[in-house]
Design a protein around this ligand. Sequence first.
Ligand SMILES: *Cc1c(COP(=O)(O)O)cnc(C)c1O
Length: 361
Amino acid sequence: MITVTRTSLPPLEEYVSYLEGLWQSAHLTNNGPLCCELASRLKSHLGVANLELMANGTLALQLAIKSLGLRGEIITTPYSYVATTNAILWEGCDPVFVDIDARSFCIDPDLIEAAITERTTGILATHVYGYPCDVDRIQAIADRHGLKVIYDAAHAFGVNYLGHSLLEHGDCSTLSFHATKLFHTGEGGAVVSRTAEISNRLFLQATFGHRGEDNYLDVGINAKMSELHAAMGLAVLPSVADYIAVRRGLAELYDELIADMPLQRPAALPGLDYNYAYYPVVFQDHDSMLRVRQALLGQDIVPRRYFYPSLNTLPFLRQDLRRPCPISESIANRVLALPLSTVLTPDDIKRIVNLIGTGLR
Ligand SMILES: *Cc1c(COP(=O)(O)O)cnc(C)c1O
């Protein structure tokens, strides 16, 4: 069976060597040496100054919202994973959906200002599939209206844009290190923030608001990463550049083989140093997507309707939050993320593309 993602595992000995250290120290959590080492290696790998590890990417989103003090309405994208919307709702805020750009699949900056009200406090947008949002225009809008900006950068590990880490944009960028992501710790995440002050608040809020012996300084939650998860991250990190190189080769083969097919891809962006996190294709209509999906499933190849449904149509949303987002709904109805992982071979890609051709006929 071929699935859309497959977890890349480091050589077992490398993980075990970290575990041996843990058996010596019996220090399994509470910001131990492996978490400190992982945080510091990630800062240099990603080229960012402030990074706090978290237990997962959803808590990273929740704490980013909390640490920036967002309340009321948060303008957000309908085209992302459900965690983006859920984090807003869980923090007691209202998601205000703004449709996406039909070429980048990221939030459309032209539509943001019309959605701002006196209750708006922030913008939470996703760099979808690792492709950058229009960060400069979003920042200009935020500055004009005194709003905070958070990027859900769960797909954007290691993406550079115009010579800088994409994670430098916004007040906070959140990462997921879930097992299905390009870089992973099994379960895990992080928040990259613009200032040390935000980062310190995040650290405190992720550790019960408890500092030192008897100091309880803020409302907090437990969002700590354990040493076992940090060990996985330390074992995986040295291979990430190789993973990206393999994925790039496979993605370029897809590009070549689907070139004459009626499939839309996210628009190429000059100055983008991409991480090949996903390979989405958008079909001309819903039926051809379903036919191709069936053709692939028939051969035990499992693509994913990623992202579907459009988040503005989630069944549990309050009626007044379900604003129409026609572009997002249309793309969500026609998209498949094709399998892309380090275990695939060029022959697998050729087989997949042949089946797409069969489904389209
Ligand atoms: C994976 C993902 C998340 C959630 O991260 P977890 O670590 O699984 O909690 C949030 N947003 C996006 C866009 C994701 O892809």
